[in-house]
Design a protein around this ligand. Structure first.
Ligand code: NDP
Ligand code: MG
Length: 381
């Protein structure tokens, strides 16, 4: 068994929690863990997994910082994103798993890659916003996908040259409203949008699964991870979430990766790569599976997906613009300030109001992301 030394970003979230299950089973070590504000949970994790160093990027109140430090004298505790980036530059780790949610994960991915460390990436937004820059930093090691669809594609391609791949078929559950009559969409509540039929995930990605904006992000993620043009990537509805994606090769063969839907499996694959580690965390009993079905995506049910695909093809700064607008719209919807069906209008408005920049640098991406997020929030107000 390889005893990996991991930096785990977003340790308190859904992917973070699944990663801890993998770490516990495999006996890996965590040298550094981060969260945003949930200090109770992060300190509990540090205690349970003997993690020497933790960062809370979202606690700015200095008296709270002092109290947290005083109560935990044996732990190295840091605050703020800049401290996290410094630690990623200087601390000892073999692989960093970035499971921060949303655009907030971007700078960490860059710091890890600039240092030449192995990146296991759950934070798809890093590639959506800056795939053209991040992929230029790849040297010896590929970016290891944690997203289940991309892990499936990565496993199915294996050692085949990309020229032998004809098409990537990304599977989509269809989310919480795959069978809801379209007339009922205006009355969808945040609670309904947060109940996913197949996966238990963080709030933002669960909502993105309902709208299928998540699938547009995943098409962009696949484009950057595997270097294929958008014409060779598409999504298809597969209700059961057992086939995590398929690779169609030039000879007509399709290779799929299958399992019970559980993120522990792609996380384990990323952390044990290039080996496969023996594990009992996820088991699949073929005789208990229901029929596996596929169907086309209905465009009128998923307007954020359709717009996301158009934005993907435009490239440049527009994926950042749409992602920031949808982050703001999601926050407003989950707070009860706007209707489910208002989110698409916020995305359109942000795209209409922001000029294209074809090859944005990292500072421009970060600036535009922030500006669009703030402006999109105010559209609703
Ligand atoms: P969660 O919302 O469950 O967790 C997010 C984590 O990020 C928490 O640790 C949270 O800390 C931290 N965080 C939140 N905001 C910030 C911020 N502004 N700066 C730094 N850290 C922050 O998300 P998920 O685990 O569901 O998703 C994480 C990423 O993985 C997303 O990019 C998602 O798209 C991707 N992904 C998730 C899947 C899943 O099954 N959940 C599947 C495939 C991809 P705190 O607890 O303190 O708020
Ligand atoms: Mg996914």
């Amino acid at each position: 068994m390889v005893r990996r030394n991991i930096a785990l970003l977003g340790a308190t979230g859904s992917i973070g929690t699944s990663t801890l299950d993998v770490v516990r089973e495999q006996g890996y070590k965590i040298s550094l863990a981060s969260a945003h504000q949930n200090y109770d949970k992060l300190l509990g994790i540090a205690d349970q997994f003997n993690i020497p160093c933790v960062v809370l990027t979202g606690i700015t109140d200095t008296s709270l910082q002092a109290r947290i430090k005083q109560a935990n004298p044996s732990l190295q505790i840091y605050f703020g994103e800049d401290e996290l980036l410094q630690l990623l530059k200087g601390e000892d780790y073999d692989i960093a798993l970035n499971a921060i949610t949303g655009s907030a994960g971007l700078r960490s991915s860059f710091t890890i890659m600039e240092r030449g460390k192995q990146l296991a990436l759950a934070n798809k937004e890093s590639l959506v916003m800056a795939g053209h820059l991040l992929t230029k930093l790849i040297k010896d090691n590929p970016i290891l996908p944690v997203d289940s669809e991309h892990s499936a594609i990565f496993q199915a391609i294996g050692k085949h040259p990309i020229g032998e791949v004809k098409h990537l078929h990304i599977t989509a559950s269809g989310g919480a409203f795959r069978d809801l009559p379209l007339a009922d969409f205006a009355h969808i509540s945040p609670k309904e949008a947060l109940s996913h039929p197949n996966w238990h995930m963080g709030a933002k990605v669960t909502l993105d699964s309902a709208t299928m904006f998540n699938k547009a992000l995943e098409v962009m993620e696949a484009h950057w991870l595997f270097g294929l043009p958008y014409e060779q990537i598409s999504a298809i509805i597969h209700h059961q979430s057992v086939i995590h994606s398929l690779v169609e090769f030039i000879d007509g063969s399709l290779l799929a990766q299958m399992s019970t839907p559980d993120m522990k499996l792609p996380i384990l694959y990323a952390l044990s790569y290039p080996q496969r580690a023996a594990s009992f965390l996820v088991q699949t009993e073929l005789n208990k599976l229901s029929a596996l079905t596929f169907r086309e995506i209905e465009p009128q049910r998923y307007p954020l997906y359709i717009l996301g695909l158009q934005v993907a093809k435009c490239g440049g700064i527009l994926p950042t613009v749409m992602n920031a607008a949808v982050e703001a719209a999601s926050m407003l919807f989950l707070r009860g300030s706007i209707a489910y069906t208002d989110m698409i209008g916020i995305a359109f408005k942000a795209l209409d109001n922001t000029p294209q920049i074809s090859e944005p640098d990292l500072d421009t991406i970060i600036r535009v992301n922030k500006e669009v997020f703030e402006k999109a929030k105010s559209f609703a107000e």
